[in-house]
Design a binder for this molecule. Structure first.
Ligand code: ADP
Length: 545
């Protein structure tokens, strides 16, 4: 009968073993990811160790104890290997991932060697000694035991180091970091408890009851992985505290000496439970809120980062475009004006006239570069206008003149129809409106292969007030119905336009819309569809003050 008398160490062992079996089962059944599975494997290995150790505590003779120690060591040997495997899955490091499978194969190969030696020789488990007046302990250590212990420690420390390093790398990943803090806390408890077992092997009389710490540590991690997907230290601490207090209360209740004491203890237990549950719930709520906030702020920070990058890219583009265009344009303008002044010899009127147009266009180009810089001002809301009384008709004619020769080269004719008669002067920003007209005519020429570009100027009475309306009609690629609404947004380009001219940026119409609207007017486009030409309209009020 003596064999069946279970010691406290035995109780601790069987409780730990059963808890680990349940934990492993939960991981296998409820787990969805590989880390759940790996934690299940790790728990099973711990369960095997604790189950066999329980058998050791029951063993009545050295031989039986030795047999069970060997079984226990199957579990113990596998602990550091499965733990490292779990860590490799847990940190999911890109660089390690490539090496991971190879590392894992090597690890398990080494584990197999130790398992083999353990089961077939006495190099790891050899003598047993009756210790603590209750069980046969595997002490003194067998010849290979110190080497195994060194490997056990090295692998464990390496696993912790990997997690620690990842913790420092993923500075921005708040979720990962809170998981890791949890991980360290729980596993330190478990590992400290478990490693105490080795002391008695080497003659230091430390009772292996510290094994109970293993249940606590492993359960915290298991629970956290399953329930919260993250290692929520405060919730589990609250639960643990409640559990310990309730356990204590229950113990007092059981050992109550009188009815009064029992009633008191029941009350005490009830209050403990109530306060504990309240504590857990409120901590959980708070933690959940904080987590949600963390996720949100993380997403926000990421989006912000993206925006900053985009903004930097845009500023860079604008400044490069500005500088790259400006310098050669200055050279062109300089030489053209010198040529016109006769610095390179006398020139006849025809050439002079042509040079005049070159100079004019160069000047316009300089202004266009400035409009690129305007784009960045639009973006930042700092666009400046200079409204003065001006002649919109002559502005239109000049723009058409500018495009006559490029259009001709493509075999296109530009027609101008003035239905407005003599258009009175009105207030508008000369340079910006010129850029607007240039954009529209330029697009019409750019997106037409043949036929005509018809520019028309008229006066309308939109909303009872006189408006100047400019329309540019072309016989080009046309626009699909569903695309029309998008054209005026930033960087918008239709598929057809991308084929016709891959160099477009899609900022011209965005600028046009903004400028026209800032003049109190509106822009729109019409097209019968793909290949059927298009007409772009703008209308601005003719204000004189
Ligand atoms: P970009 O011409 O550089 O692409 P725009 O902002 O001037 O930029 O024009 C935006 C888009 O509107 C063009 O990519 C094209 O898809 C469409 N578009 C503009 N003008 C015309 C036109 N005359 N005919 C057909 N599509 C046009």
């Amino acid at each position: 009968m003596e064999i069946l008398s279970i010691t406290l160490t035995g109780w601790a062992a069987i409780t730990t073993a059963l808890s680990m079996v349940i934990l492993a089962g939960l991981m296998f059944i409820l787990g969805r990811e590989k880390i759940h599975f790996m934690w299940g494997v790790f728990s099973s290995v711990v369960a095997l160790w604790m189950g066999a150790f329980y058998a050791v505590t029951l063993a009545g003779d050295p031989e039986t104890a030795r047999f069970w120690w060997k079984i226990a060591y199957v579990g113990i040997i596998l602990i550091p290997f499965t733990f490292l495997h779990f860590v490799l899955e847990f940190i999911g490091n890109e660089r390690l991932n490539r090496l991971k499978n190879r590392i894992i194969v090597i690890l398990y190969a080494i584990a197999l060697v130790f398992l083999f030696l353990n089961l077939t020789t006495n190099l790891i488990i050899d003598k047993v000694t009756f210790l603590f007046d209750e069980l046969y302990y595997n002490s003194p250590p067998a010849s290979l035991h110190p080497y195994f212990l060194a490997l056990f420690s090295a692998l464990t420390i390496y696993a912790f180091y990997l997690v620690y390093r990842e913790y420092n790398v993923k500075r921005d990943d708040t979720l990962f970091r809170s998981r890791v803090r949890y991980f360290f806390f729980a596993l330190s408890i478990g590992y400290v408890g478990a490693s105490m077992n080795f002391l008695a092997v080497y003659g230091i009389q430390m009772h292996p009851l510290t094994n109970l710490m293993v249940i606590i540590g492993a359960s915290i991690v298991g629970y956290a992985i399953l329930r919260h997907q993250l290692f929520n230290i405060r919730i589990v601490t609250a639960q643990l505290l409640t559990l310990i207090l309730a356990g204590f209360g229950l113990f007092r209740l059981i050992v109550s000496a009188s009815v009064q004491e029992m009633v008191f203890n029941v009350l005490l237990l009830a209050i403990t439970l109530l306060v504990g549950v309240y504590l857990i719930l409120s901590v959980r709520k708070e933690v959940e809120q904080r987590e949600r906030l963390e996720v949100l702020s993380h997403a926000l920070a990421e989006a912000n980062e993206e925006l900053k990058k985009l903004d930097a890219a845009k500023s860079e583009f604008v400044s490069i475009a500005g500088h790259q265009l400006r310098a050669p344009l200055t050279v062109i303008r300089g030489y053209v004006s010198m040529a016109m002044e006769g610095s390179f010899g006398a020139i006849d009127e025809k050439v002079k006239d042509a040079l005049g147009k070159v100079e004019y266009s160069a000047v316009q180009l300089v202004k266009l570069v400035a409009s690129l810089l305007d784009l960045s001002r639009i973006e930042s809301g700092r666009i400046k206008y200079d409204f003065v009384m001006g002649d919109f008709q002559s502005l239109t004619e000049k723009v058409i003149e500018e495009f006559t020769s490029p259009a001709k080269k493509k075999g296109l004719r530009i027609l101008f129809e003035n239905r407005a008669g003599t258009l009175p002067q009105f207030l508008f920003d000369q340079d910006k409106m010129r850029e607007v007209a240039v954009n529209l005519v330029d697009n019409a020429v750019k997106y037409s292969k043949e036929g005509e570009v018809a520019v028309r100027l008229e006066v309308t009475a939109t909303g009872g007030k006189p408006h100047a309306r400019l329309s540019v009609h072309d016989s080009g690629i046309g626009i699909k119905k569903e695309d029309i609404a998008k054209l005026f947004s930033k960087f918008a380009r239709t598929e057809q336009a991308q084929l016709a001219d891959p160099n477009g940026m899609g900022i011209g119409l965005y600028f046009v819309k903004r400028v026209v609207e800032d003049h109190g007017g509106k822009v729109w486009a019409e097209s019968e569809g793909e290949g059927k030409g298009s007409t772009f309209f703008l209308e601005i009020p003719m204000r004189s003050r």
